[in-house]
Design a protein around this ligand. Sequence first.
Ligand code: FE2
Ligand code: FE2
Length: 197
Amino acid sequence: MKTIDELQEEVKKVLKRRRFIHSVGVRFTAQSMAMRFGVDLEKAGYAGILHDCAKNMSDAQLLMECKKNNIKCSKTEIAKPSLLHAKLGSFYAKKIYGITDEQVLSAIRWHTTGKPSMSNLEKIIYIADYIEPGRRELPHMTEIRKMAFMDLNRTMFLILDNTLSYLNELEQDRQDAIDSYTRDAYRFYKDLAQNQL
Ligand SMILES: [Fe+2]
Ligand SMILES: [Fe+2]
């Protein structure tokens, strides 16, 4: 099993510089959050550094790679192939980078859309991807960054709420590209947030 630092050197070779710096940002943000919430630091590091390992591809390449490796694509993914870098990333993490831990693979798998009932590691990677220090200032970023170290479920709600209101502003045909997992995740974490009040 390679160390996190060794894998970091490997993804450095395949990712564009900007994407690589983002991945390092996600690694350390995820590990900091893991300290706060009692999640395994190594798993957070592996998932963080590898989460975008399939992001260096065009839409056509993503579709082709999925086909070649028998990875099923939903209608939404065919309409918006960039979503596939999560599924394919999880596949590469196992096949190319030697990750066998199912929790790490699952955190990579769900980092783009989210889903209901995520594990703490899955939530941490999803959130770290959004808040890492290199991210440009998105709406409510200060509040979300602070909440990320207080309450994971509430942070999921804040991010999904932001993401969906942004996606809902797009024209109708692009709205069809909102993944059903994202909608389900939004409903799930919205209910949780409301039941907390
Ligand atoms: Fe990603
Ligand atoms: Fe990312």
